[in-house]
Design a protein around this ligand. Sequence first.
Ligand code: NAP
Length: 255
Amino acid sequence: MGDREFVGRTALVTGGSRGIGRAICQRLARSGAQVAINYVANKTAAEETCQLIAEENGAGEIYRADVSDPEQTSDMFDAIEKDLGPVDLLVTNAGIARSADSVNMTGDTWREIMRTNVDGTFYQVWRAKGGMIDRGYGRIVCISSVLGLMPNPISAERLIAYGTSKSAVIGFVRNCAVAFGPHVRVNGVAPGWIDTEMTEDVSEDVRRRLIEATPLKRVGKTAEIGELVHFLLSDKSSFTTGQTHVASGGLGTLP
Ligand SMILES: NC(=O)c1ccc[n+]([C@@H]2O[C@H](COP(=O)([O-])OP(=O)(O)OC[C@H]3O[C@@H](n4cnc5c(N)ncnc54)[C@H](OP(=O)(O)O)[C@@H]3O)[C@@H](O)[C@H]2O)c1
């Protein structure tokens, strides 16, 4: 299935062990990329992603690193460069949300979310960008969220730190696109609700109200985000950089 544009390219997808990241890994492998699948804790899930790729005759390797730690992140890039070659396609997908993230959250929760979602995105992009600029080829997609564009329109659980962290990612994408052009493109994807382990604890009532408020009347699938990320990494989007593209079924982005 799909074209083979990424044959000979190396892709790194952080948080590739589960959820949205797994679907992105699978999509890029179908286009011929060698995929470095990052995880932090769930090795079994990362191996499952690798196995799913192998079942479609794709190429994947797993790499453990906590993206909120700059040394671990840099060491992971070293290992990937040794095994698979330099990273041409980077998807900064690893991210966390915390249910304690509301008006009553603590500074610890705020810092934990910022460390992974903002600092982690920075460490990954900073480690990747020099080589991309030198080689005259690079594609980066940073995963944000529709909650980076607006507060949660449904739930009283406002996810203040999470939303703020995802707004920062949108600003980071804009700035990096200007700084790293003309041969490196940097874009963002802002998903709405996608069924993954991240959203499984949210109440059925909130889920129902959210679907009701969504013009497409459903939640999203991980594969739909995989397609959009693939498009933004591919030459099909060759004149697009610095933009964060919303995939929310219309939730929150339409009057
Ligand atoms: N699901 C949604 O509705 C939704 C909506 C908008 C945006 N997003 C964003 O999409 C991205 C993926 O979300 P998801 O729903 O697929 O989440 P998920 O199912 O909870 O998976 C999170 C992934 O991130 C990895 N991860 C977490 N912290 C990490 C760290 N410090 N270093 C390295 N990897 C780390 C996890 O690795 P382990 O498996 O090893 O734990 C896992 O692979 C996140 O950035 C999230 O904010 C999700």
